[in-house]
Write a protein that binds this ligand. Sequence first.
Ligand code: ZN
Length: 180
Amino acid sequence: MGTKRLYEIAFVGLKMGEHSFEYDLNTAFFTDKGAEGIEEIEANVKLTLEKNVGFMLLKFATGGKAAVNCDRCGNILKIDLWDEFNVVVKLTDNADEANEEEEDPDIFYIERNESHLDVSDWLYEFVMLSIPTQNVCGNDAAGHSLCNEEVLNKLKEMAANTEIVKENNIWKGLDKFKQN
Ligand SMILES: [Zn+2]
């Protein structure tokens, strides 16, 4: 089975009502789709599809773990993924036009004669949205930051050096001013 087919649901053959699907997604799935800044990811998404006449309700529950870098020191942080997303898929006669006009990002149109629904983009998007945009090491029991101090000191040193260079430039500027 091709990887594309793996994420296609042949909804036309499903009975009315709820159906459950589950997807295990590894790092390659995300990097293939262009994800950046992720060390490792093992995601699990449970999808509930409720089939109705003319439309389907999709509920995505994301889970699993990801390893990302601390924004301050670059330490690798393991984070738990946990979130829920809903999408309404409506069947219509002119899906492209309807999608262009639709302002609600949670409503998506497909052609009335479609038989398959590709959920791979939603799986990608929703897992990515489950990763916090800011990630920083926490504190230990005594309230001290768990950030890598060596790296933080190096960064401070570098910042201080930049300050010295800036100051030197200011003095040089003043010298010039005096000479005039
Ligand atoms: Zn850190």
